[in-house]
Design a protein around this ligand. Structure first.
Ligand code: ASP
Ligand code: MG
Length: 418
């Protein structure tokens, strides 16, 4: 049995759903299909959550209605004579969101986020499953909340592996279906409250499923030909990396390569399950393969860009040094706000950290840091990592730009740039 994962780009419109269904129908064996929310639905639902939480209910409602119309429009295109059952399911989903807007939110933004944003995956899977059944490919729709069990770390639920291991095989009984289709990104607590696994977390869902179901492989279908040595949307001459070791893939994703969610690799390594990254535009072409190999890469430079970085520099208020104790306290604060540190640099009097520009709590962070330190920060920076760098590659990427931080090891160079 294989696991296929389709991201938002693959199902962004009716043509995308038709194409995705064709890829699924071309696979003769039993298949587990994991699907994300369609197109930019998740971003739109995040905006709804923010408006709801900030009391801008009209804006929030407008966002929901827009999404409802987009999804119903898609159904209209997929089913020429309509599909009443599907339409009414979707209407119920959006109606539940609308009703939610009429009651005041709890005080926990992250909790509200999970309850609202998860709708994106519910509706996308309802549409795709119904369409597959309509084509004659018997498909069972499975609610991820029934088997992916997490703790209540809202927005970043941690998997309860023992419970998930027990529930998952009960949910994925193939019976007479050959496709089991489910939502990526979503889980639930033992109290059946919805959680999410972190942005772009559907890849992780696919890996969890593959691990527990002992799948022979996972395929992530993307709008790029495979894992590239640089983002083809940003760089002119990119090339595909045909085979990568798990370790190389972990390093790349950790530094911000967006092709795969960083948590994906661990469940796969454990069972040595290969991961393919393939193009949904050219499904017959070979993509990239991540597997249990040493390191076959020819060491061509690999470029990884992470935008929207903030460099925060703290220094003691008196002339004392930055010591282990204060570093531990600084890290504790970042951990409290759940902000991941992407790069650090230390001198006697300064300690600098780069993080993704946070959606919320940034002012609060700066305020708390300022209680103990003098704090400066620079916004709108880019973190560029070049693995297996050459001098030529470095010059090309940095010429004419202001470098805030530069770090080099034998094979890797990292810049924080304006
Ligand atoms: N729809 C979610 C997101 O956009 C999860 C995913 O795409 O993997 O973050
Ligand atoms: Mg996505």
């Amino acid at each position: 049995m294989k696991v296929f994962k389709f991201g938002g780009a693959s199902v962004k419109d009716a043509a995308g759903v038709i194409n995705t269904a064709a890829i699924i129908c071309a696979e003769p064996d039993q298949l587990i299909v994991v699907v994300s929310a369609m197109g930019k639905t998740t971003d739109a639902l995040v905006a709804v959550t923010r408006n709801y939480f900030d009391g801008k209910i009209d804006e929030a409602l407008k966002g929901i209605i827009r999404l409802k119309e987009e999804h119903l429009h898609m159904v209209g295109k997929l089913f020429v004579s309509g599909n009443e059952k599907l339409e009414s399911t979707l209407l119920d989903d959006f109606e539940a969101l609308i009703k939610r807007m009429n009651i005041p939110p709890s005080l926990n933004y992250d909790f509200e986020y999970d309850q609202i944003v998860s709708t994106g995956e519910m509706v996308s899977t309802e549409i795709l499953a119904t369409y597959l059944n309509h084509l004659g490919r018997v498909t069972k729709w499975i609610d991820a909340g029934h088997y992916i069990r997490t703790n209540d770390t809202w927005r970043e639920g941690e998997i309860d592996w023992s419970l998930t291991r027990k529930l998952l095989p009960q949910a994925f009984q193939f019976d007479q279906n050959s496709v089991c289709l489910t939502q990526g990104f979503i889980g639930a607590t033992t109290f059946n409250l919805t959680t999410t696994l972190g942005r772009e977390g559907s890849d992780y869902t696919a890996a969890i499923l593959a691990n527990i179901m002992d799948a022979e492989s996972v395929t992530i279908w993307k709008d790029v030909p495979g894992i590239m040595n640089a983002d083809p949307h940003k760089y002119l001459n990119t090339c595909k990396l045909e085979k990568l070791s798990y370790r190389e893939a972990v390093e790349m994703t950790y530094y911000g390569a967006k092709v795969i969610h960083p948590k994906t690799m661990k469940p796969l390594v454990e069972k040595k399950i290969p991961l393919y990254v393939k193009s949904f535009i050219h499904p017959d072409e070979v993509g990239s393969m991540i597997c249990n190999i040493d390191h076959p890469m020819d060491y061509i430079p690999v470029f990884i860009n992470k935008e929207d970085q903030v460099l925060i520099t703290v220094s003691p208020k008196d002339f004392s040094f930055i010591a282990e104790e204060s570093i531990a306290n600084i890290y504790r604060l970042f951990s409290k706000f759940r902000m991941r540190v992407n790069l650090v640099q230390q001198s006697a009097m300064n300690f600098s950290l780069a993080i993704d520009r946070p959606e919320r709590d940034f002012e609060q962070l700066i305020q708390e840091l300022s209680e103990h330190f003098v704090v400066h920060y620079n916004d709108g920076l880019e973190l560029l990592t070049i693995r297996y760098f050459t001098q030529e590659a470095v010059t090309e990427c940095t010429v004419g730009r202001t470098i805030y931080v530069e770090q080099r090891t034998r094979k890797i160079v990292r810049f924080l740039l304006k």
